[in-house]
Ligand binder design. Structure first.
Ligand SMILES: [Mg+2]
Length: 404
């Protein structure tokens, strides 16, 4: 648009200056040509409309398919919810999408998120909106015939570092931890870090996931004891909910701290940046509100020079959406990705990117997200007793409820 305007400006000035020396016919021909080229610019997305939304439970996840009047379809994934509720909520939200232009992604995100003032935010609403958001980016990329990362400003890197890999590995508490750590508890965790550092060597990345399961005082003791082993970060050093806890830990610990997998939207992440108590943010594309929110979270973090290490317990569908985002942001550290089939059997969502021997993913190819979903496999996945959703019941040895 700007280029056309500039050309028009030049040709008009040229025409005024040269009017005395050129014939009127030549002048009008040149101006006419400029107008013609402007007239050829059309909005190819103007006539597409959402015509249907379908949502299926697929194991512990939900896959959402949005259909359009132009036969283009888009896919998105819900994670971290009771899938029965997520399916019902996705179908309910179709009321706000029916007949809308799917390429108005920002507008539709706002329409869904701000529709009902009493249901705004929270995991149930935001995770379902995230899946719809991914599907809208998928449709828009397909409409333009480009990978989604092209729509996000184009690639900022040639490949995307993933973990776990041979040289990037995360260890952790493995779940609920005793309330008060004995010296032996802390020694055991420190020994684990030491052993893995020795195994990886000085050129490997080692991360530790505290999983919100270590009480702050014990976390501080542990973090200071493992300082010689150069952790890339300690993840989830505290239970989300009170920024003062994170500030206290940050003031007492020199090991970099990361968190964010249980935060949603820019409003969930802003306090960590404003209070300068987190070194790395870990938004999950599905938890945090989809590609539309992740790009804003990345921009907020960039202002504070905080890189993203996106969280991911998604199947290849949602993971690929997150990789399109990771491919297009300036401050990126590493991306979590599990491709061993424990999240979703191979073939349900077929990606078209590969991981090299060093643990880097190639850029996902489009158009759209570039993931092919095999609906015929859903029934088989759902029949597997190991892939049923169950509410967790984390308990301490004394029978009380635990964070994890
Ligand atoms: Mg984690």
């Amino acid at each position: 648009m700007k280029e056309t305007a500039a050309r028009d400006g030049v040709s008009r000035r040229w025409a005024l200056g040269a009017a005395g020396g050129l014939g009127a016919a030549l002048l009008s021909e040149r101006l006419g040509r400029a107008q013609d080229s402007a007239a050829k610019v059309e909005d190819r997305g103007a006539n597409i409309r959402i015509s249907a939304l379908r949502a299926w439970r697929v194991g512990t996840k939900v896959y959402v398919k949005i259909q359009t009047n132009l036969k283009l379809t888009g896919w998105g994934e819900v994670t971290g919810l009771d899938p029965t509720v997520a399916v019902a909520l996705a179908h309910s939200l179709f009321q706000l999408l029916d007949g809308e232009n799917p390429t108005r992604i920002e507008h539709l995100w706002q329409k869904l998120y701000r529709s009902h003032r009493d249901m705004r935010g929270g995991p149930f609403m935001t995770h379902v909106i995230a899946a719809i958001d991914m599907a809208l980016w998928d449709i828009t990329g397909k409409a333009w015939g480009v990978p989604v990362y092209r729509l996000l400003g184009g690639p900022t890197r040639d490949k995307i570092r993933l973990y776990p890999s041979a040289k990037a590995y995360k260890i952790g508490t493995g779940g609920p931890h005793p309330e008060a750590g004995t010296p032996r508890d802390i020694e055991r965790l420190v020994a684990m870090v030491k052993q893995h550092r020795e195994r990886l060597g000085p050129d490997g990345l080692l991360m530790f996931d505290a999983h919100s399961a270590i009480p702050p005082a014990m976390l501080i003791q542990f973090a200071n004891a493992v300082e010689p082993y150069d952790l890339l970060f300690i993840e989830e050093p505290a239970v989300p909910g009170n920024i003062e806890t994170f500030k206290r830990i940050k003031q007492s610990v020199r090991v970099p701290l990361a968190t964010g997998e249980r935060e949603r939207t820019i409003w969930g992440f802003a306090p960590f940046l404003q209070e300068r108590c987190i070194d790395i943010l870990q938004p999950d594309c599905c938890h945090s509100g989809g590609i539309t929110q992740l790009r804003k979270i990345a921009a907020l973090a960039e202002a504070y020079f905080v890189p993203l290490a996106p969280h991911c317990t998604l199947s290849e569908l949602g993971l690929t959406a997150s990789l399109h985002l990771a491919a297009s942001i300036p401050l990126f550290l590493i991306h979590e990705a599990y491709l061993d089939g424990h999240i979703m059997p191979p073939g349900v969502a077929r990606k078209n990117w590969e991981v090299d021997k060093d643990g880097y993913a190639s850029l996902p190819q489009g158009p759209g997200l570039g993931v092919e979903v095999d609906e015929a496999m859903f029934e088989k996945v759902n029949a597997d007793p190991k892939r049923q959703f169950k509410w967790p019941t984390p308990t301490s040895p004394d029978g009380s409820v635990r964070d994890y």
